[in-house]
Structure formats: C-alpha cells, structure tokens
Design a protein around this ligand. Structure first.
Ligand code: NDP
Length: 292
C-alpha cells in the first residue's frame, strides 16, 4: 500500500509518524507551524505544504498530531470543507468528550473521522513497541489500515464509538502511573535503607508478570460483581498496607501513597468487604472522589 498521506504537526511525535510513512514508501506531505522541523523529513522525500489547506488537499488521508485538541481545531476549522470525502485521523491526546465533539465536527464536513491514541514514545513508532488504538467508522479504518500499519505493528480497532480510544488511553495512562509510582516509592524505600534500587528491577519484572496473570480472573469477578477471596482477603491486604505505611514513615519516606491505598481499603472494610478479595475495591473506585 502506497496511499499518499499528509501529516499535520511535526513535534516529536509527528516527526516520527511522518518518518515511518516515508520509510514505507508513502508519498508524504507535511505541514508544521515551525517549518524548519520539516527539514529532516524533506531530506527523506517528504513534501512540505505551504499551507494547511494545501496539506489537506494533497492526500486522501490526513494524520494530525498536535499538542491538544484546541490547537487541532484552531488549525483545521478554517479548512473543514477540504476534508469532505477524505479521512481525518487525529492522534492528538485528549479526553473522550473532545473526541466525540471532533467527530461531530468532522461529520458536519463530510469527513470520515478516526480518533486515535498512541501508546508509544516517538522512537517506538513503526516498530513492534508501538500500539495505536483507533475508534470511528469501520469502513474508514479498513480502507486505511494498510497505511496506518506503517505507524505501529499493533494497529488496533476498538469500535465505531469515537470515545473508545481516549477512554482506553486514560485507563492505560492510569495503569502506567500506578506502576511507575509503585516502583518509585519502592525505590525510595530501598534507597533510604542504603539498598541499590537496581537490584529491585528483576523483582518488579517478575511481580508485574504475576499480577498480570491474576487479571483475567479479576476482570471476570468485576463483571460478575462477586469478589470471592480465592487468594487473599482484603483484611490480609489491609494489614500489609499498614506495614508499608509504617516502614515508609519510620525511614522518613513519603507515606502518602500507601496511606491513600489504606484509606480506600478502610472504606471497603467499612462496607463489610474485609472477607472479600482485592477486587472488592472496585466499588470504591466507582464512586466519585470523597464519597463514602
Ligand atoms: P510536541 O510538543 O513535540 O509537538 C507539539 C506540536 O503541536 C508541534 O507540531 C507544534 O508546532 C504544534 N503546536 C502547538 N501549539 C500550536 C499552535 N498554537 N499552533 C500551531 N501548532 C501548534 O509534542 P509531541 O509531538 O510529543 O506530542 C503531540 C501529541 O502526541 C500530544 O497530544 C501528545 O500527548 C501525543 N503523544 C505524545 C507522545 C510522546 O511520547 N511524545 C506519546 C503519546 C502521545 P511547533 O513545532 O511549531 O511548535
């Protein structure tokens, strides 16, 4: 597939996207506010458009990757009519509400709109390390999937509802920060005891693998709304949370994270969930912040 493509936005990510299209032989037109960022891509064969209008008109497929949705609208609103009959793929990060609103805007202009999110860093684009999620009309995804595969081996279609990509992005980001904060807190605790955190890494790798293996069963419990303690009760977890909080405090390490987790567990215990498994905590996450 050698579909001509347009890439609008040549920040760190947009440059990687355009580079991946060029590597796969797609005629690639680019546009960026700061035109100088296009120079390495022009050297690889890209065409620099003089205007966003020219950029959009150059290809049946336009991929946009800008700082935020407000910027995307500021740039695309004036050229909305040119999108008629073309496919717009927006890989800018945002909320699901912004995705829905942009889908409505695109529909008014006769454009097929795919909202996408990139779960990768720029060096991962075009490799097995990149996941890109898409939501929007199936026909538009099917039509352009061969070209979009240049960007990520895991080119994943989530469904027709435009909000799905952003929602999954949020869920994955929350997971990432949860894992990273757990790692950093552990490294701080070990560091306070004079232990090299590097030795912690193999344990983390194994631990994440073990926890990952629990998830299919846990997801089933959440779907069914029953939380049998097949492995450990929430009471047992709660006692261990206290150990982590005390250890942190006694070593002068920030204990906010374990105390926060402990607070959530206490709310679950107050709801009579002490004999249930850890997944019973889902009920606390389902409530708005601060509600008991
Ligand atoms: P950069 O800050 O490197 O690039 C931002 C882009 O937006 C540039 O093209 C910039 O143009 C453009 N821009 C910003 N404000 C304006 C404006 N007012 N008018 C015109 N153009 C504007 O960000 P990234 O490339 O890293 O990120 C782009 C998107 O990709 C974000 O939504 C980000 O969340 C998402 N993303 C990034 C990842 C990463 O690892 N970098 C990972 C996953 C998603 P100019 O060059 O002229 O400043």
């Amino acid at each position: 597939d050698r579909t001509p493509v347009t890439v609008i936005g040549l920040g760190l990510m947009g440059q990687a996207l355009a580079g991946a299209f060029l590597r796969d032989g797609h005629p690639t037109t680019v546009w960026n506010r700061t035109a100088a960022k296009a120079e390495p891509l022009i050297a690889q064969g890209a065409t620099l458009a003089d205007s966003i209008a020219d950029a959009v008109a150059a290809s049946p497929l336009a991929v946009v990757c800008l700082s935020d949705y407000d910027t995307a609208h500021k740039l695309l609103d004036p050229v909305g009519e040119l999108l008629d009959g073309r496919t717009l793929v927006n890989l800018t990060s945002g909320t699901s509400a912004q995705a829905r609103e942009t889908a409505e805007w695109a529909a008014r202009h006769g454009s097929a709109y795919l909202d996408g999110v990139i779960l990768a860093v720029p060096p991962g684009i075009g490799t097995a390390d990149a996941i890109i999620l898409y939501s929007g009309p199936r026909a538009a995804f099917d039509l352009h999937e061969p070209a979009l595969r240049s960007l990520a081996e895991a080119t994943t279609y989530l469904g027709g509802d435009h909000t799905l990509s952003a929602l999954h992005d949020m869920a994955v980001l929350g997971l990432m920060w949860g894992v990273l904060n757990g790692f950093l807190h552990g490294a701080a605790l070990l560091g306070a005891a004079g232990v090299d955190p590097a030795g912690f890494v193999p344990l983390v790798r194994q631990g994440i693998g073990i926890v990952t293996d629990w998830l299919p069963g846990y997801a089933q419990q959440i779907a069914e709304g029953t939380y049998p303690a097949l492995d450990a009760t929430l009471d047992t977890h709660r006692a261990a949370m206290e150990h982590l909080a005390q250890e942190s405090e006694s070593r002068g390490v920030n204990a906010d994270l374990p105390r926060f987790i402990q607070d959530l567990a206490d709310r679950a215990l107050a709801d009579g969930r002490g004999g249930d498994g850890y997944t019973a905590m889902i009920e606390q996450f389902r409530k708005p912040s601060g509600s008991r």
